[in-house]
Design a protein around this ligand. Structure first.
Ligand code: SF4
Length: 135
């Protein structure tokens, strides 16, 4: 068994360049939400959060590093909520809010199922019982 590959040191992006890329690629050229200014990942190596094509130990290590940054990020909940509003198969890339694309996909299914359950409960409560009274 060979030793794991060392984590590749990719170029760093300036904070402004990163914001421009996120605005163009993630928000379709629209304005960034205000919380973005306080993101812990601002100015960091973007390949840490978008480890495209990196499987194996190196990819796993990069994802772990990205998640460690997210864990201490003051805007993690806003970031994750935002990522979830954009959740779709075509948007499943990168680490946002401390979750990988696969993890966000699973969370989306859980949230959807929970919402359906709540809707069914609400509908059942609104139905008149056999006496005709509404609960
Ligand atoms: S939660 Fe992670 S991806 Fe989101 S802004 Fe913070 S550091 Fe960046």
């Amino acid at each position: 068994m060979s030793a794991p590959e060392p984590v590749r040191h990719a170029r760093r992006l300036s904070k402004e360049r990163l914001r421009t890329l996120v605005r163009e690629l993630v928000f379709d050229g629209g304005s960034l939400p205000a919380w973005h200014e306080r993101a812990a990942c601002a100015g960091m190596d973007e390949t840490l959060f978008f480890p495209l094509g990196e499987g194996g130990p190196a990819g796993v290590e990069r994802i772990a590093q990205a998640k460690a940054v997210c864990a201490g990020c003051p805007v993690r909940s806003a970031c994750l909520a935002d990522a979830m509003t954009r959740e779709s198969p075509s948007a499943r890339y990168g680490v946002f809010g401390g979750l990988t694309a696969t993890e966000r996909g699973r969370l989306y299914v859980q949230l959807r199922d929970h919402a359906r359950h709540l809707d069914a409960l609400t509908a059942a409560e609104a139905e008149p019982d056999s006496s005709g009274a509404v609960a």
